[in-house]
Design a protein around this ligand. Sequence first.
Ligand SMILES: [Zn+2]
Length: 237
Amino acid sequence: MEKQMQLLWELQKIDAGLDEIRDAQESFAPKLDNIKEDIALLKGAEEEYQGELAAKEVERRDLRDKVEQLKGLIAQSKEKIAHIANNKEYFAVLKELEHNQRQLEKQEIELAGLVEEINSIKEQIAENDKEIAAKADEMAIEEKAISAKVATLERKIRAGEKGRKAKTKDLDQVFLRRYQRIRRRFKDAVVIARNGTCLGCNVNVPPQVYIDLLKGQEMMSCPNCQRIMVNRSEDEK
Ligand SMILES: [Zn+2]
């Protein structure tokens, strides 16, 4: 019985170690997910900027065409005016010329504003690209670090599982099943009982139960919390 309890105690230590390693392994995923999310957001912004830019470029082309057209009309009017003899016609062409000149001035201001907007969008895109590159770098570094850590953890898990197998081989299968059942509720399925108290739940066990435990002839569970009690002197957790 003592040997069996010792095996259970050691098995619990291995299982606790394995739990810790698996928790560490699982903690890596959210970190990478966060970076991935950031990159996705930046790429979404990039698409919006590009769409905006394309629309503005179309606007700019149209405006440029209009400006060129006006310039042509103005040149035509100037040409005409030089050869006009009659006053009435002269004023009509002059009126048209002035109108077109005012239009041209307006369109050129608008065009300048549009060029400024386009440049500002291009700056935002460049800024965004820089951020995406930085995040991609961060991701690469993080992935490299994590994959090294994960490889180490996987080695430890394999070693732990091997050790576990060795322990369970010699363990009474009824005990093992009981241990596993309790462990679903309490990670410390096997606890020390000392001075008549179960150190799992800190409740005193009935004297007869404690006496039986000290005799060490059968597996004793704490009547309060159901954990398997062991009689150990050393201060192990
Ligand atoms: Zn207890």
